[in-house]
Design a protein around this ligand. Sequence first.
Ligand code: FUB
Length: 447
Amino acid sequence: MTGCVVALLCVLVLAPAAASADNPIVGHVYTADPAPLVHNGRVYLYTGHDEDGSTYFTMREWRVWSSADMVNWTDHGSPMNLSTFSWASADAWAGQTVYRNGRFYWYVPVKNRATGRMAIGVAVADSPTGPFRDAIGRPLVENGEIDPHAFVDDDGQAYLYWGNPNLWYVRLNADMISYSGGPTQIPLTTAGYGTRVGNASRPTLYEEGPWVFKRGGLYYNVFAAECCSEFIAYSTAPSPTGPWTYRGTVMPRQGSSFTNHAGIVDFKGGSYFFYHNGALPGGGGFTRSVAVERFTYNGDGTIPAITMSTQGPPAVDVLNPFVRQEAETIAWGSGIETEPAGEGGMNVGWIENGDWTKVENVAFGSGARSLRARVASASSGGTVEVRLGSATGTVAGRCAVPGTGGWQTWTTVSCSVSGVTGTQDLYLRFTGGSGYLFNVDWWQFTA
Ligand code: FUB
């Protein structure tokens, strides 16, 4: 993110009114096109990445985030980009990941260099955070349309849906990287997908971004409707191939981005609706940010109208400070950025005097005695301040960070802390001289 955007962001998040804002989910890069996946007690969030200052859908990589509590999100960096697909030339647009047979399959639309058309690629990984590799070395399917979404039905039959301006599906084979039969067009009738007024070539509301799932025997397709600007609508059907019935609006037009993009999962007893908007400083239609709301299905299975908020959902779990926690697991960060760490994973970097990270709902129980932090500094270091409740809250401890001779030359520092009990929002505030101070890879309290 540019210095200008970071400066604006600092002003925004240091203002008291914004201090509790948890939406957008990510503050240090622009994100778009959310695709959540629940796996082994975490929700993994696959997104695109809008480049800073973009004036088009200038997107070169995808990003992965994860959370165990819906408020603190771990930055897993970018395990997949355009170069993953040797045949792709541009447009790392809206994809989605599913788990099957012990593997993770990430379906994405990209431009095929050879044809100049949008095509659907599929990458595979053994871990939800990658690394991902091109599963077949060529497009899985290509018809110039975008926004793939895979759904595995209870009987094991998998489907890949995609399309703009049309809506298609194909029956995936069990290997998830080939299909049987050909792409089939879903009839876009006004009964199935609502009525768009004043556009003879697109008579229904369906625009793009299908998100198909099954709940209580009913199949749902939640999609971006009627560009531009888009709202989110949905249809239901008694089978994965229809016939579809239009059900109405999920999220109205809101949020300074002329596109929106839906993803829905159930996680730890709640239902969550992911979307994007232009809420970050410098944000807009090409500099978007992913956000999330909790919702409850109506008794008859219909989806209630959901509006964007800056609060986001409440925490559904506490965070354990007595095990190693990644520095890039945060509810919010002020001034910081992230990068791949030489010791693996990501680290928080580009830290300047006064920057901070916030970790919500940290369960200190009967108390913490000390903090250890893994740090590196090519300059003269600084201090990690342990604060509680806010970035200006009580200082519970200070860990001195020395120069280590390099931004990836890591050492572990520790310091005693006091008054750190109960469940609190933890702020790590970074202080020192001018310029970049140090990097932080992870931290851990001792009980
Ligand atoms: O992010 C690029 C495109 O914008 C996506 O493929 C669409 O769904 C829209 O969000």
